[in-house]
Write a protein that binds this ligand. Structure first.
Ligand code: HMG
Ligand code: MG
Length: 305
């Protein structure tokens, strides 16, 4: 069987947002900005810079305005800066900084929606509709990410038809891109492929991204399975940083370094300098006092010694 893999893949590094949002120790804005600048210097062309959520819910993202003010001063035209926005309050706070993309985030499971957004899926879609409309009116792209597309920490297994329902709802309110997330990293390749296929009826595969947390060590296999379906955009986190505050025990997204190493080994272009990326991941891991969550980074650092 011959498989046509994409020749090029876009990596969206989510380390500064998904990677740090759950971090208990305060991470100074300066350190986050160094992380973002380092990622861009390593060739990252798309990243989640921060989220305009309630600081009562996610204190680590309370410096969202400072992050975006710095970016507004130093922005690069060839980089797409994305921010998460849960409601119009968040949009109003974000709009002055002109993010390139606004990410609205719903869930395929009711219980996770309640924990993460304090409302039902239907209510979240109602809140996101004006956000999507306002973002488009400002010329910002709109990406809709769906959490718990294979499993939920509260409800267990999630079916592709649950995913399809939310895909349709997000498209109906104006999402131009859909992210399929395995929030707790329980997915295995065929299940993840089925979740991705649930989006195919609503949007071209070119506008679908995979967002795979690595809790069970399946995220790289799931990335390969997604590539086999023609998915060519992935949310990944440098050094494997992160976790979601409302998915206890879930680890970060698959490490950017690990995905880049795999892609380059398959002759798939990313535009990323792996060596520089490894240094960026090592710096933030050292700051946080954590082992580097990227296997590739650990191997390459050992080789450097
Ligand atoms: P709520 O408490 O139901 O909302 O939270 P509320 O309207 O009652 O507001 C409560 C307080 O927060 C009020 O302040 C509001 O003004 C304020 P008070 O009057 O008490 O002083 N507030 C805000 N402040 C700043 N920015 C805002 C904002 N909104 C309200 N935007 C809400 C509802 C949606 C706000 C809350 O549940 C929330 O912020 N949730 C976000 C949780 C979050 O960030 N989760 C992690 C990101 S999603 C994720 O990681 C998954 C993903 O990676 C994919 C995957 O892996 O699955 C994307
Ligand atoms: Mg996530």
């Amino acid at each position: 069987m011959s498989i046509d893999y994409p020749q090029q893949v876009t990596i969206i590094d989510v380390g500064a947002r998904d990677g740090l949002q759950n971090e208990k120790q305060p991470v100074p804005t300066e350190v986050k900005l160094q992380l973002i600048d380092g990622l861009i210097d390593a060739g990252i062309k798309k990243l989640e810079a921060t989220s305009f959520v309630s600081p009562k819910w996610v204190p680590q993202m309370a410096d969202n305005s400072d992050i975006m003010a710095h970016i507004a001063q130093n922005r690069r035209d060839d980089v797409c800066y994305s921010v998460l926005v849960p409601n119009m309050r968040g949009f109003d706070n974000a709009v002055a900084y002109r993010p390139d993309e606004v990410v609205i985030f719903a869930s395929a499971s009711e219980a996770f929606s309640q924990k993460n957004l304090n409302c039902s899926i239907a209510e979240s879609i109602e809140r996101f509709a004006p956000v999507a409309a306002a973002a488009k009116a400002q010329g910002f792209k709109v990406r809709g990410v769906i959490s718990c597309t294979v499993g939920c920490p509260y409800e267990g297994e999630v079916t592709p038809s649950q995913v399809a329902t939310v895909c349709k709802q997000l498209i109906d309110i104006g999402a131009e891109h859909l992210g399929i997330a395995d929030t707790i990293g329980v997915g295995t390749p065929i299940k993840v492929q089925n979740a991705l296929k649930a989006a195919f009826d609503y949007i071209d595969v070119a506008n679908i991204s995979g967002h795979f947390h690595d809790t069970y060590g399946q995220a790289l296999a799931n990335t390969l399975a997604a590539l086999q379906l023609g998915v060519s955009q992935f949310d990944t986190s440098v050094a494997g940083l992160g976790g979601c505050p409302y998915a206890k025990g879930a680890t970060g997204n698959v490490a950017t370094e690990d995905v880049v190493y795999m892609l380059h080994g398959m002759d798939i272009e990313t535009g990323i300098d792996l060596d520089k990326l490894v240094s960026v991941g090592e710096r933030i891991s050292e700051f946080l006092g954590r082992d580097n969550g990227s296997r590739v980074a650990r191997a390459l650092i050992n080789k450097r010694k």
